[in-house]
Design a protein around this ligand. Structure first.
Ligand SMILES: Cc1ncc(COP(=O)(O)O)c(C=O)c1O
Length: 398
């Protein structure tokens, strides 16, 4: 199929066809694993030709093989308007590399206050050490971001919804204000993926995914990606190459295999999470459910305006109780694992304490909070498990 025809396909079809070029798979359904460090050339002349055009074929393992190229092309095809995609050894590596490629000593970064904790750590540690200052902003600032942009501001970083507290940002208003001042916008789009929010087409310059989550989908590979809008690919690539960032072909193969079922998995996560979240919202032990598709979530109207769906990750705030009562709830759960990350097929519960992770806004809560990832199990079983958990919380709270 011609490239232009592929681009006009619906997102669900693109998930199946994207990146599966004949040159990468030679008739095999999934582009196979090409493992390589050294690439052998037939002559010195051929080797020199490859050095002159390192992007046009096999050159050296760090620059990838058809396995990694095919995955990167697939992620690009999911973002209409995108120029290209870089792969990184983790989501955090993607965030670090993108920020290092955009910022120089003396520059300022505007970072959303609800950002993933290690993203904050990059700003407060590495970037600070290299002379880049960070100003945190309220996730609900919207067009008001314009008032925060100063002479030294170069980049606005968004994470929408925030992966602990789920505020939904006004991405188009923020991007429009940033663009008017010549700034670059970067979005951590791991929660929605391009399927529920095609970021580049909505005005974001660079869209980052922790592929570790929904792209891989099976909790067994670490990977990140950055998809660049027009004019941004070359700078990202230069930094990634300078830092020696690359992913192994076996991991790329698994991520590409996960990608093919992203649509059905996300719909199942969505349905299960909504069922569980709506049930939780009715329980007296719960003060608030922070799920972008529920009216109780800050920015819910923006989610309705912008997103094609919701995934399996959300949080709750308990009604009173302390850390021990929260632990009693979580520790006895049979179907929820206790662990970091999310996006696999299995459910998870994580105690979260956002108060210490904010500087521009204050986290106010009626009790301790828990983040849930709802896997693809039957929600009725998850609800029964949570019901017993809430009873344990109730007794421990007294
Ligand atoms: C929103 C978000 N962004 C980035 C990351 C980092 O991804 P990784 O764990 O692959 O480094 C995470 C990980 O939990 C995350 O939740």
């Amino acid at each position: 199929m011609h490239e232009d025809d592929r681009r006009s396909l619906k997102p669900g079809t693109r998930l199946v066809t994207a990146g599966r070029h004949e040159r990468a798979r030679r008739g095999i359904v999934n582009p196979p694993v090409w493992r390589a460090s050294t690439i052998l050339f037939d002559s010195v002349g051929e080797m020199r030709a490859a050095v002159r055009k390192p992007d046009e074929g096999l050159y050296y393992g760090r620059r990838g093989t058809p396995t990694q190229w095919s995955l990167a092309e697939a992620l690009t095809e999911l973002e209409p308007g995108a120029e290209g995609t870089l792969l990184y050894p983790s989501g955090v590596a993607a965030v670090t590399s993108v920020l290092l490629s955009l910022l120089s000593p003396g520059d300022e970064l505007l970072m959303v206050d609800s950002a993933y904790e290690p993203t904050r750590a990059i700003c407060n540690g590495l970037l600070k050490r290299f002379g880049v200052s960070t100003r945190y902003y309220d996730p609900l600032v919207g067009a008001g971001i314009a008032d925060l942009i100063g002479d030294k501001t170069r980049v606005v970083f968004l994470e929408s919804p925030g992966s602990l507290t789920f505020e939904v940002q006004d991405i188009s208003a923020i991007c429009a204000a940033a663009k008017a001042r010549g700034l670059t916008t970067v979005l951590d789009n791991s929660w929605a993926t391009p399927l529920f929010f095609p970021a580049i087409g909505r005005g974001v310059d660079i869209s980052i995914l922790a592929c570790t989550k929904y792209i891989v989908g099976h909790s067994d590979v670490m990977m990140g990606s950055a998809t660049a809008g027009p004019g941004h690919y070359a700078a990202l690539r230069k930094t990634a190459m300078a830092l020696g960032q690359c992913v192994g072909p076996d991991d790329a193969y698994l991520a590409a295999r996960g990608l093919r079922t992203l649509g059905v998995r996300l719909r199942q996560h969505e349905e299960g999470a909504l069922t569980v979240a709506r049930w939780l919202a009715e329980q007296p032990q719960i003060a608030r459910v922070l799920h972008p598709a529920l009216a109780s979530c800050p920015g819910h109207d923006l989610w309705r305006r912008d997103f094609a769906g919701s995934s399996g990750l959300f949080s709750i705030v308990l009604n009173g109780g302390d850390d021990a009562a929260r632990a009693a709830l979580i520790d006895g759960l049979e179907l929820f694992g206790i662990g970091f990350s999310w996006g696999g097929y299995e459910s998870l519960a994580l105690p979260i304490d956002p108060a210490g992770l904010r500087t521009a806004t204050a986290w106010q809560a009626e009790g301790p909070a828990i983040r849930f990832h709802i896997g693809i199990e039957d929600p009725a079983d998850l609800i029964a498990d949570l019901s017993a958990g809430l009873a344990r919380f109730e007794s421990a709270r007294r």
